[in-house]
Write a protein that binds this ligand. Structure first.
Ligand code: PMP
Length: 442
């Protein structure tokens, strides 16, 4: 009998994969019963757009490159990534500070492997930091952020949360634009956190994979700008350049100590060796693509901003539902706790039960709070606003961008129809719950 490591029992499969399985199961069941009502998938986390054509072309052109490349990445690619960060984020950065990886998830795991100290994760949180830390047998401290702070980590919450940890080094995972709330920190807010981090010996993993999706990108600040000596930034091509399946990520390290980057390279070289050669050339096109890639990122951002603003305002208008107003990324965070008592009385005793029931009854998928590191009976969810044909929407936007609010509404009715119908489904469902009725599949 093959035994597995017992600590992996505490690690669950990513909830989004579980929900995809659930959708397939319900869909098959519905079809067998002759129900053809569509599904509304707010549990996804993937860019709806096709990748930039220059990047696809570079990948195809380099398909024959099959040699191993340097673990940190091609020197010209590392330079291009550094230059991209200097240009977009106004930070000082050079190619030697850059390490490439097959996705930023892998980079975050390599950093957590190399850097000493307990891992502090503000919650609600992206689904994967906790499993990664658990796989690595690291101590994790979840810090609950407050609604009145816009679910951003406030300095006093950080200070209180680390009180029992003493003066030795700690790691804070700070993600913005934030998955799942869509929150973006201001430069002042980051500066205040940086002061605490300096004082309290905290290294920051700044997960800025959504940086270029920030709706108001001109006022986006990287943590690296305010805390350069203690921040490791992670990013990549998965979100703003819509190439998640290419698996390309990046870590940008402080200049000192050199041992840090060397240690991450030891982990990288001993686990993934290097990013696939054709993908490194595609990444070179993505980071040095100049105006055509910039225009692509800008136009995708405009469509995504409209989707985020519209879906959050529609959800917030429903009785019994609170929604964040996202300022970046593909997500908002919605709170259904006003119905907590009714849910419990109707035998929907956890947020996961509620989401399962909503999916079954209304064909509408949300990501339950337990996947975001929240208690099982907190009826809060992540809602992604990416369930539309991004290729069509992007091309329509480029042909004829909306000029005013009524144009935007027309655009939304046409391209975001499935999401708007999903929000109506949620409204109908919540009304039934509030009336004390357990909804059933009709
Ligand atoms: N961080 C956050 C907050 C994410 O949402 C994701 C993807 N869902 C990642 C990191 C990982 O992205 P990738 O590995 O594709 O770079």
């Amino acid at each position: 009998m093959i035994r597995v490591e017992p600590h992996l029992q505490a690690v669950s499969l990513p909830a989004n994969l579980r929900i995809n399985d659930q959708i397939s199961e319900y869909r098959a069941r519905c079809e067998a019963e002759g129900c053809d009502a569509p599904y509304h998938h707010f549990a996804f986390g993937q860019s709806p757009f096709p990748p930039p054509p220059d990047v696809v072309e570079a990948l195809a052109q380099n398909a024959k490159k099959h040699s191993y490349l340097p673990t940190a990445g091609l020197p010209e690619l590392r330079e291009a990534i550094a230059a991209y960060h200097v240009r977009h984020f106004r930070v000082a950065c050079s190619g030697e500070q850059v390490v490439c990886s097959p996705g930023s998830k892998e980079m975050i795991a390599a950093i957590m492997t190399a850097v000493a100290g307990p891992v502090i994760v503000p919650t609600p949180s992206w689904v994967s930091y906790l499993p990664q830390a658990r796989i690595l047998k690291r101590q994790v401290i979840g810090l609950r952020t407050r609604e009145e702070d816009g679910y951003k980590l406030a300095p006093d919450v950080l200070i209180r949360g680390i009180q029992q940890l003493g003066s030795s080094q700690k790691i804070l995972v700070l993600n913005h634009p934030h998955n799942p709330t869509g929150a973006v920190y201001t430069e002042d807010e980051l500066g205040e956190l940086a002061d605490v981090c300096r004082r309290e010996n905290i290294v920051v993993i700044a997960d800025e994979i959504y940086a270029l999706t920030a709706f108001d990108f001109d006022s986006f600040t990287s943590m690296m700008k305010v805390y350069p000596e203690g921040t490791i930034v992670t990013g990549g091509l998965s979100k703003d350049r819509s190439s998640g399946g290419y698996r390309f990520g990046v870590g940008i390290f402080p200049k000192e100590p050199s041992e840090l980057l060397e240690s991450v390279l030891k982990v990288a070289g001993s686990t993934y060796s290097c990013v696939a050669a054709p993908v490194q050339y595609a990444a070179l096109a993505a980071y040095s693509g100049g105006s055509s890639v910039d225009a692509y990122v800008r136009d995708c951002r405009a469509v995504n901003t409209l989707a985020g603003r519209l879906i959050s305002s529609k959800l917030a208008a429903l009785d019994g539902v609170k929604s964040t107003t996202p300022r970046g990324a593909f997500y908002l965070y919605a709170d259904f706790n006003a119905q907590a008592e009714q849910f419990k009385q109707l035998d929907l005793s956890s947020c996961a039960h509620f989401c399962e029931n909503l999916l079954e009854v209304e064909h509408t998928a949300l990501l339950p709070g337990d996947a975001l590191l929240l208690p099982a009976d907190d009826y809060s969810v992540r809602c992604s606003f990416v369930d539309y044909d991004g290729e069509k929407a992007l091309s329509a936007w480029r042909d004829d961008p909306p000029k005013d609010e009524s144009d935007e509404m027309r655009f939304a009715q046409k391209h975001f129809e499935i999401m708007l119908a999903g929000v109506s489904n949620i409204g109908r469902y919540v009304d039934e719950i509030r009336a004390g009725k357990r909804p059933t599949h009709g």
